[in-house]
Design a protein around this ligand. Sequence first.
Ligand SMILES: [Zn+2]
Length: 553
Amino acid sequence: MLLPTLLVLPFLASSRCSTPAEDDVRLIVLVSIDQMTPEQLERLGPRFSGGFARFLGGERHRLAFHDHADSSTGPGHATLGTGLWPSHSGIVGNLWADRAQGDAGIYCVADPSVAPLGPLGPGAVGPAGRSPALLLGDGLADHLKRASPGSRSVGIAGKDRAAILATGHAADWALWWDASGGQGFVSSTYYGDALPDWVASFDEAWWNRLPDAGWETLEASRDPRLGASADVRAGEAPRTFPHALPLAVPREPGASNELGKQQRAQLSRWVYGSPWIDLFSIELAERALDALDLGRDESVDYLFLGLSGCDIVGHSYGPRSLEVTDLLLRDDAALGELFDAIDARVGAEHWIAALSSDHGVLPLPESLDSRGYDAVRLAPNEMQLGSSRLGELLESTYGTNFVTGVTESGILLDREAMEREGIGLEELATFAREGSADWMPRLRTLFTQNDLAPREGSAPTGGLARLAAHSFLDTRSPDLVVVLEPWTLVGFPYGTSHGTPWPYDRHVPLLFLGPGSTPGEDWRPCATVDLVPSLLERAGCPIPDGLDGSPLH
Ligand SMILES: [Zn+2]
């Protein structure tokens, strides 16, 4: 009997997760705090006592960066969940232009072949169907299903693109908050025909969980030493604590169930811009533990938890605002309770966790300016204005306006017209670069397909071009990829944003907990594509070929 066993073992080791043992990992938990910066962990570290405190006592990679240029939520979560650059995951932006469909804006998780799924059934909620159809690579859920029979995966997040892209094609469920319709957590018929009971029961009169007083600061957040004590600073959204509910929630028994559609929608939008988007997500994750029996057998399960509140609140108030500070302290406490629950149900030795973020953020330009940075807030629609000005310049020089549109990362051109009139892409790009003062303030450079598309032996090996190449897919990327100077904000009349290749948008937390991690600080540079192979290795699962990262040790 010994010989056949020995012969079979190498096969098992190469295609399956490690065989059951006392200390086997049975659950992987990935927590992504949308728009979290390492500075926030640094500044608030001493005040954390819950989930973030646990991570800070774990394996902490201080120099972790997203290794791609378009630092936004879709690409970031796809990278966290697949170990692939956007050029390989296909998720090159939150939105991109599709040439075949007349440059129409394509949302990164759009799928017209499926229907939205809410507590009232298919089609009753949300604007359109969602799925990972546009994700070109496999995600953690896919690798685990292949390597660990019976594996279950669930993604829970405030945002659909986070829950869907950070899990993969084979997730059992991706669930996200219905911010516009007020149905609670919703999904898509891609995952099933009816919302599971544990979600539908959460959605029942979810507004009863909101406090009458709305969002007030915790006492701890008011500590002036946290550097966030002034409630309104230059550049912030002009709203102050307490952030009241938009309407009084009726509390008499039965009455709250009669909230109208309009009222539910108003309250759900309020939740989306408050810590409750995160607190609700964490509560649902705890329900998922029991409902899906996560981590209770020998298969390796996967829970993705995307806390979107930091981003939504951060866009309005900035990363050092009182609002974001208060939200992160609340996230910390709630995550601590979730982790205690996982310990109790799964056993501390049977689960591993990672903390990271889909992108960083630019501090408020006004606060940078006050410290001497050359920071500027351009008109929110400066990209559109700039591309129109470029079109006019082209028209006056070449007789034709070749600009057909603008995306979040660049400019679309009428390539057929250019060919007809004998204007090459490089010639046009040179014209646009050299004349940038006349159409786009603070333009650092433009890249074309020739600069970024992989050609044998000539992929860009460094600098901005390498980062832009990792965000480039010829069928989904614009003709001219636009890079503005650092410390430049477009798109927001107040608050701030992200999306650039500059370090403040790409530097993110990357921390590990549990078996296989080495507590302490690690200052070796690493990238977010290293996350998936690291988690697979620590869970005893094989690392598939073709990933863009390597396991961190
Ligand atoms: Zn954002």
